[in-house]
Write a protein that binds this ligand. Sequence first.
Ligand SMILES: CC(C)(COP(=O)([O-])OP(=O)([O-])OC[C@H]1O[C@@H](n2cnc3c(N)ncnc32)[C@H](O)[C@@H]1OP(=O)([O-])[O-])[C@@H](O)C(=O)NCCC(=O)NCCSC(=O)C[C@@](C)(O)CC(=O)[O-]
Length: 299
Amino acid sequence: MPFPKAVRLVEVGPRDGLQNEPEPIDTATKLELIERLGAAGIRHIEAASFVSSRWVPQMADHCEVMTGLTRHPGATYSALTPNLKGLEAGLECGVEEVAVFGAASEAFSQKNINCSIAESLQRFEPVLERAKAVNVRVRGYVSCVLGCPYEGEIAPAKVAEVSKALYEMGCFEVSLGDTIGTGTPFKAKRLIEAVSRDIPMDKLAAHFHDTYGQALANLYAVLEEGIAVIDSSVAGLGGCPYAKGASGNVASEDVVYMLDGLGIETGIDLNKLADTGTWITQAIGRPNRSKVGVALAAK
Ligand SMILES: CC(C)(COP(=O)([O-])OP(=O)([O-])OC[C@H]1O[C@@H](n2cnc3c(N)ncnc32)[C@H](O)[C@@H]1OP(=O)([O-])[O-])[C@@H](O)C(=O)NCCC(=O)NCCSC(=O)C[C@@](C)(O)CC(=O)[O-]
């Protein structure tokens, strides 16, 4: 299949990137991060998470973030909502798009959201119904699509089954999470082949972590399959609190640099994005995990 002409980047840095930070990050820093990402041309930003603050304290200021952010024209600011309680809280704070998150691994589902895969799908149904009633789009995540920290290998058929359930429930897009970054390119291709039998390619997204340094190679492989939506995190921030050792998402700067080189449009200003990566890593005292970001900063 030819490469897509354009890719939509979903920036998950403010949520996936920051949710695991041990020290509290003030709301003003999160808001400035979101503003800078918007100014760099990113038009889809996952800004917060309406989960239990006992489970994920870093996301406790979700409402202040959603109500305080500066909206760029044409941009969408979304939030995670694992259940109806999360959705109702999000709606009160003006969320315009939400995401439910399940897993292709039973053990990960239990650790992450405290229920089985089947129970999670039951929890998501009322979220989808209520969101539809108020015209809020729902994205669906599937974690552990290329490996699980507790169960090891995960069969593509299992990922396809959970993804199909989310899509049939009404999720407008299903994002496939290589939560612990163990995937490799052929495996990533086989995964997309399996999942795209039931879901149109343009309703799928790749959400790859870079723990083993494979994320860009895996993205190249799935671009060849026709994937045109990529999740990434500025400066490669992040890691999942329920996947020990998981490092951040693939760095947004690295993805944009690769896509620019392939002649694939993103609408994103790489220099502004790289400046944002330099700024946020200095602001929170983290190393910049974007090779492109580091290289551009050194120029
Ligand atoms: C899902 C729950 C809430 C279930 O948690 P639970 O304990 O099973 O839920 P519960 O219904 O039994 O409620 C227990 C308590 O939590 C409260 N509660 C219940 N729901 C909410 C809510 N929405 N917001 C705030 N509070 C909530 C509820 O009110 C109650 O409070 P209490 O009466 O004990 O004071 C919990 O397990 C949780 O918050 N988990 C956190 C999961 C998480 O955020 N994980 C990281 C994000 S996923 C990820 O990073 C992967 C992804 C998406 O990036 C893709 C990839 O890379 O793979």
